[in-house]
Design a protein around this ligand. Sequence first.
Ligand code: 5AD
Ligand code: SF4
Length: 489
Amino acid sequence: MKLYIETVGCQMNVLDSELVVGSLRRQGYELTYEAEAADVILFNTCSVRQHAEDKIYSALGRLRQHKRQNPSKIIGVLGCMAQKDQELIRRRAPHVDIVCGTGQLARLAELIGQVRDTGRPQVALSLDRTESRHEVERSFESYDPLRDPSMRPDPFQAYVRIMIGCDKFCTYCIVPSVRGPEQSRHPEQIAAEVRQLAAEGCKEIMLLGQTVNSYKYDLGDGRRVRLSDLLEKIHATPGIERIKFVTNFPKDMTDDLLQAVRDLPKVCRYLHVPVQSGCDDVLTRMKRLYTVAFYRDMLDRCRETVPGVAISSDFIVGFSGETEASFAKSCDLVREAGFKNSFIFKYSPRPGTRGYELYADDVPEEVKKRRNNDLLAIQTKVSLADHRRLIGERVEVLVEGPSKNALKHGSSGPGQLTGRTRTDHIVVFDGNSRLVGQTVMIDIHEASPFTLYGSVVTGEQVGVDHCEMAEEREPELSAGPRRIGLPLV
Ligand code: 5AD
Ligand code: SF4
């Protein structure tokens, strides 16, 4: 049996897909990269912006004829869109056999079997958030089956989910509805997963949560485990060299967490802390629960406590009621905050959110586009200036693979490689592909807004004690394809 899976959205989706593929492979499925060659065709979906949903409906539309000619093939829609829009999916794509929400992925294999046995479509969804909290929580299950190193793009890097859901209810955001209530995983379970990954040769762990720094687990004896405690626990795992965590909520950036980032050498000095807007009125309408002054203080606190920390952010432009004056405040913030990079999104109204009910989508599309470009241009300048400051520095890089350029030209053997520093900066350099998965020291010679360029320092031993703490920057990539190292929805 052949399996095809297409994934859109954040790292949480990338991880879910990895786990789905791993568990179906254990049942004998083989992965194919061609939808029409597969017996089971899955789409792991995202609902954060309309554009992501449109892409899935187009892909489903393209398969309509194929399904008609091959009725035994099974088509499944998984994840956020499935949880949000089961009726709409059935209307717009009646050839879909399985609709399976984010909290029900453990049932996927069973659903495939039921479609086969009965020939009837199957639906597995969690409760919506109007029911009692306890019931809703139980209906959203964290999906964390055994890991399979062969499923990861890089065996030396892995995502680890430490919590699911979100309770912040920012007014523009669909995540609390489609991913359910915030629930942290037991620290022992997380630590065991990290140990397993380390035993499989994994060096870099990225801890995932929608608001990862809100992580808390009550052990039941009066003791509460915070993210800082969890970092300390994971830090002790032999073999793990780097620990990152995304995405942070500004109000939960506590001192104990910053001190842990400062004191634990394996924890990367990189924080993704989305601000969303530089204007208090907009932040109030977004219900972000902080002011711009609070956010600026938080940035100062991060930099005072963790010297050399790199900070990145997300912005939404064109949110309801965003005037030119409010947008100008976002521009000021980007000019002054020194973000390593910012991901900038045009506001996309989401039915089912408070923002959709309360406020009109009153900023025209061309204005959103212009503001997006303008903010990006400012961030690119900031990033380039800061990148240039790194010329002449020596940085520690975990080599991830061939550079985009090398991939395009299909060269093998010695060629251009890419990797990241401990502050999550992308570095491109010449080297042998045997270096992939290794940590090397690189002298930086050149900088563009998006990339640092350098050369390998030969004969230098790299260990976790050798932390690169130079202050570095990397510019905005906008909403491009997301891989490890980029922020989470
Ligand atoms: N429209 C545009 N961007 C959004 N984001 C979340 N919801 C929306 C929306 N409705 C952005 C936020 C978040 C990032 C992952 O996606 O900036 O931090
Ligand atoms: Fe939660 Fe982040 Fe969405 Fe706000 S933007 S509701 S914090 S996932």
